[in-house]
Design a protein around this ligand. Structure first.
Ligand SMILES: [Zn+2]
Length: 752
């Protein structure tokens, strides 16, 4: 069987063009700079702790820190005092000469370096109060006051405090496999977070004089020691969050007797702190799956907030395998809860809130917690803790294991605007979602904000849109990240930047990584491959400490999709996507060509021999073009073609023949540095359309332009790149052919 040769007629440009495409200078040395090169130059070398597949290796280890803590809240003076016994397990192969303990409260202390490291400028107009606070007032007493650090026998241990980090000097080094217990006693003044800021503190209700406490970073916490950083003892400057080992906690919390509380872990003395009626309601909630059951009622909360009891009560919580501990307590709390059925277990969704949050919170908060647990579990693993609590705390959005603080309350008349409504639903989903990343998939927040914020924001987006398809989700859709990505390069950093060094934190650590994952799922990998790989990452690293490499490698390992080009561009650079249509040429089928044309093809080795039937594709600007060629092709009217078909194809093949009538060559351009698939929509004159997608690898040998040929049955009237705005293309003006109408009208007017 002979092959029919369709020869492109493109006399002058065809070969020249591809050679003159601009190519970035190549790097000499070990690695080339092709955008598809594997990332040997960027990733840490795999080892016995972390494998090349992205899974924990055979020598993987992690340290453990168990805590027994007693704390007491002095509500009147907003002061917290406590003592703890920490038992630290050295599971590493290394001998430790000292231990590092985190004193995060010191970030607000008088000697904190945080405010000094900020550039300042003079405010030329100030309200008197602000002027007084800024220039006259003495700074508040904040930060930890350490009363003692002792070993298990009660002998004082020497220690050194450097800002937010305390080094405990060991008398004899801790060998691999050893454990060491020590005790610390401390106190600190709790901040009014709505005035002073902070991720914890209290909110004052001026009308009734009550405080609502959200307590965290309240105890000296072990730093992480691992195979990647050694001791992660980077200071807490305020932006980069927390890096903590797992452990078991027993915490006794003494507060005024009329407080209601929630905290990390299971309450082990419920009958001592709840009324018998409240215990009964709690038992009912454990069996109620369809709606929240009110356990502490608004009437009970309103009664309590008038009390200011002088008596005390101690609440006892026990938590297994958590990396941190949070507490929220107030006289003002209403409490409701419902049971949530996951695939293999039942857990509790809980909310606590003051009457000021009702009726909105009573109606929506706990149901949102329940939906979040189901949605996140479906994308990762069944939520392993017994409960998840959402606390109503104005101006807050902050996460701890099993408990989180969330803003969003109605106004004084009970009205909730859409902004508040979706803001509050979004923040509950986000903060409850943080249980998965980083509380369980325990990444290093001090170093990489994106590993928890980005992954969490991505699942937040999926959870919001499954909750309500019209949810006004801001972070996730590709088009929403465009204003950031096309911004001034001076204010952009790669996602792979330390949390403290980022200009536009929200877009860099939340929006861009979440959008990148969404693009991988919807446009590059497809949902099935992506979801399996993402789930593999979550399951490999739950209750462990992953690094970026572990994530990047697992996503490829579990999917067989090479994504090095994507990580390189989206995570390690500030490049942006810009792909457009450069030229569109329509070709017409001809059976004849001039002697010159034939000679040219012969010179290029096409071997046009006498008598062999040839077809020529002729563009309007070609020398051989004749007006009568300008028509749709019909196989039957091209004698040589119909002869060929009749001679070579079976009846069955003939019945199945396609009937292309129009031929186009489209040249795409890529002014943007990022690699993306080319998504092309062809719109036909009858109003129908067709979308074709060319993988990112189309750019692997030419980073500037790419050409594709389209043979269609219907006449193409419009071509559009990325019609659904799914690649974060920063300039859509070049996405169309013909160019946007406004331009052509203007041109026409100009010509007239
Ligand atoms: Zn977050």
């Amino acid at each position: 069987m002979k092959k029919l040769i369709l020869v492109l007629f493109f006399p002058t440009l065809l070969f020249a063009q591809e050679k003159t495409a601009t190519v970035a200078p190549k790097q000499t040395g070990k690695y080339d700079t092709n955008k598809f090169s594997q990332m040997y130059d960027l990733l840490a070398t795999p080892n016995m702790f972390r494998t090349a597949s992205g899974a924990p290796g055979p020598a993987y280890y992690q340290q453990q820190a168990d805590y027994k803590i007693d704390i007491e809240l002095d509500d009147k003076n907003s002061r917290l005092s406590g003592s703890e016994i920490v038992t630290y397990y050295n599971n590493s192969p290394d001998t430790l000469e000292y231990l590092w303990v985190q004193l995060d409260q010191n970030q607000a202390a008088k000697n904190s370096q945080t405010p000094l490291a900020e550039s300042q400028r003079m405010d030329q107009v100030l309200p008197v109060g602000n002027f007084a606070n800024k220039f006259l007032k003495e700074e508040l007493e904040r930060g930890f006051n350490i009363e003692f650090v002792k070993d298990a026998k009660g002998n004082p241990l020497s220690y050194t405090i450097n800002q937010t980090m305390m080094r405990i000097n060991l008398v004899s080094p801790m060998k691999p496999g050893e454990k060491f217990s020590f005790a610390i006693k401390w106190w600190y003044n709790i901040n009014n977070y709505r005035v002073e800021g902070g991720r914890s503190g209290y909110e004052l209700f001026e009308k009734d004089g009550n405080k609502l406490y959200v307590i965290a970073q309240f105890y000296p916490r072990m730093a992480v020691y691992n195979d990647v950083e050694g001791w992660q003892n980077m200071q807490f400057w305020g932006t980069g969050e927390f890096t903590l080992p797992f452990g078991n906690f027993d915490v006794n919390i003494t507060v005024p007797a009329d407080h209601i509380m929630e905290a990390t872990g299971e309450l082990t003395n419920r009958s001592e702190v709840f009324t018998p009626e409240q215990v009964k309601r709690y038992e009912l909630a454990k069996k109620t799956y369809d709606k929240p059951v009110v356990i502490v009622t608004q009437a009970e909360a309103e009664q309590a907030e008038k009390g200011f009891s002088n008596k005390k009560k101690t609440w006892k919580f026990s938590a297994k395998n958590v990396r941190d501990f949070g507490i929220s307590t107030s006289r003002k709390f209403i409490l409701d809860a419902m049971a949530v059925k996951l695939s293999e277990k039942t857990v509790m969704a809980v909310s606590i809130y003051p009457k000021e949050a009702n009726p909105f919170w009573g109606e929506t908060a706990t149901r949102t917690v329940a939906h979040t647990l189901k949605s996140y579990s479906a994308h990762t693993f069944d939520y392993p803790y017994p409960k998840a609590v959402s606390v109503s705390a104005e101006d807050q959005g902050m996460e701890y294991p099993m408990i989180c603080w969330n803003y969003g309350r109605p106004d004084e008349k009970g009205f909730v605007s859409d902004r508040i409504k979706y803001g509050m639903l979004g923040v509950i989903i986000h903060e409850v979602g943080h249980n998965f990343f980083p509380m369980i998939v325990n990444s290093d927040e001090r170093q990489w904000s994106w590993m928890d914020e980005g992954l969490n924001t991505f699942l937040e987006y999926l959870t919001e849109t499954s909750f309500d398809p019209n949810f006004p989700a801001t972070r996730g859709p590709a088009k929403n990240i465009v204003p950031y990505m096309k911004g001034n390069q001076k204010y952009l950093e790669p996602i792979m930047s330390n949390s403290e060094n980022i200009y536009q934190f929200g877009a860099n650590a939340y929006g861009k990584p979440a959008t990148g994952l969404n693009i991988l799922r919807e446009t590059i990998m497809g949902r099935e491959l992506f979801d399996h790989a993402f789930k593999t990452y979550a399951n490999r690293w739950k209750f462990k400490h992953p690094t970026p490499e572990d994530f990047f490698r697992t996503m490829e390992d579990a999917s067989a999709v090479d994504l090095d080009w994507f990580w390189r561009g989206w995570f390690y650079s500030t490049d942006y996507t810009d792909i457009g249509v450069k030229t569109v040429k329509q070709y017409y089928v001809s059976t004849e060509a001039s002697k010159e044309t034939q000679a040219m093809f012969n010179r290029r080795g096409r071997k046009i021999s006498d008598g062999e039937p040839m077809l020529y594709l002729v563009a309007e600007d070609a020398p051989d073009f004749k007006p009568e060629l300008k028509k749709a092709m019909d196989v039957n009217s091209v004698q040589a073609l119909s002869d060929y078909v009749n001679k070579n194809y079976t009846a069955e093949e003939k019945n199945a023949l396609k009937s292309p009538k129009y031929f186009y060559e489209v040249e795409f351009e890529k002014p943007g540095g990022l690699i993306m698939p080319i998504i092309v929509e062809l719109q036909f004159e009858d109003g129908t359309s067709e979308t074709q997608k060319f993988p990112a690898q189309i750019w692997r040998r030419n980073n500037d332009t790419a050409k594709r040929v389209f043979a269609t049955e219907k006449k193409v009237v419009k071509i559009q790149v990325d019609p659904k705005l799914e690649t974060a293309d920063i300039d859509v003006e070049n996405n169309y052919w013909p160019k946007a109408e406004t331009v052509s009208k203007f041109d026409t007017l100009e010509k007239k």
